[in-house]
Design a protein. Structure first.
Lengths: 235, 235
């Protein structure tokens, strides 16, 4: 936990917060904080700065915060990610949140198993938890938005053109395509397929919506590796 | 399993191989192969091509292979990686093998917990297993070499200068350094620190050995994310 993330409703008018949950446990057992310790803290969706531990007991930690700094800049990226299998979803959300993506659309495609949509990992509180872990890791405070797009065709035909307007539209797909570009500064909408890739029809639909296929080389990467590799290369 | 990897001693003069282990289980339960199916196969440290299933029963799979193609080019990278905590080591080895790194030095540093070196994950058969998973994922046949460097100073002073000769020497480290370069084609030796980073003394030692510190931005990434991001950006 590189950042202690607090919600606005947890901070008193005196700038104090009382912690008894996972964050307290972490400060107690891993960081082994003591009264007087100072650590990096942030307000969810707000500024960051420092927290001073003003009380610490086995059952609670109380901190006083001073927040005066902006968080790292977000990536100028909208991510369309074919819904990964549940255990990979959790890790992918953490990676993506840590890397600074703020708008994530989890997408149904032909090669996404229908059962994945029933996974408990898709419960809002689970998604929220994994996003928080990513933000804490990267010292960011701004929570990404996650949207569930359970129908490919209506989403790509009816919503995606407006959603991706004004951005460079890319779909990562193995094949005889241009290499993924590097070091961009413009906004990008990036679509990443499931294990096994998009089917031809889906690529055609994305191309019709203005997307250009790009590739990362002949190695087949796990979804979580591919997402990180693509983002690191694009920006 | 995107590639069925076989050892030379498993392939008969007729080009046949009998599988009863993890690979058979995977072909049986996940791929659900049948007689006549063709799949991508490779010889460990050799060529790749196709395997045809010539016999399939619940307890065994027999294939005939034809190998005629080279594997993807390796990354021109030597990786010095501070030994990650055990559960992250396994994943990092898979990522790194999938990305095409062929020479990996796991390194002791001040912030590596000594207990990590006692982990069962460091047994040769465990390391081998995770490297194979990475190769199978990426459709590569060439096994990386993994070296355990348990003493930082003698390694950096006595071995590293010769080992890294003729390569661009980089150490990834947060701070006021140049941004990590992009799209290189030359050989690189890249050092990546542990959680919490290298200590100043270690950076000084690496600089004395010809290494230049470079940074990836202000976000703090998990080791496995940082490794993938650095490799994707460098090459």
């Amino acid at each position: 936990m590189n950042l202690l993330l607090l919600r606005a409703d947890e901070i008193s008018d005196q700038g104090e917060a009382l912690l008894t949950d996972r964050r307290h446990q972490h400060l107690h057992q891993v960081n082994r904080v003591q009264r007087g310790d100072r650590l990096r803290a942030g307000l969810l969706n707000g500024l960051q700065g420092e927290a001073e531990v003003i009380e610490h007991r086995p059952d609670l930690t109380r901190v006083r915060v001073e927040l005066d700094r902006a968080s790292p800049a977000p990536l100028p990226l909208r991510l369309l990610l074919a819904l990964p299998r549940p255990r990979m979803l959790a890790r992918s959300l953490e990676h993506v949140a840590a890397l600074g993506v703020k708008d994530i659309h989890l997408l149904h495609t032909a090669r996404v198993e229908k059962s994945f949509w029933q996974s408990p990992e898709l419960k809002p509180e689970k998604i929220h938890h994994h996003l928080l872990l990513g933000l804490e890791q990267a010292r960011d405070t701004h929570l990404p938005q996650v949207h569930l797009e359970t129908r490919f065709k209506p989403f790509v035909e009816d919503q995606l053109p407006a959603l991706s307007q004004g951005s460079l539209r890319l779909v990562a797909h193995p094949g005889p395509y241009a290499a993924c570009p590097r070091g961009l500064t413009e906004p990008v909408t990036l679509a990443i397929g499931p294990e096994g890739g998009f089917v031809d029809y889906e690529i055609d639909q994305l191309v019709a919506a203005g997307f250009t296929p790009v590739q990362l080389g002949e190695r087949i990467l796990r979804v979580e590796t591919a997402v990180t590799a693509l983002l690191a290369r694009l920006f």
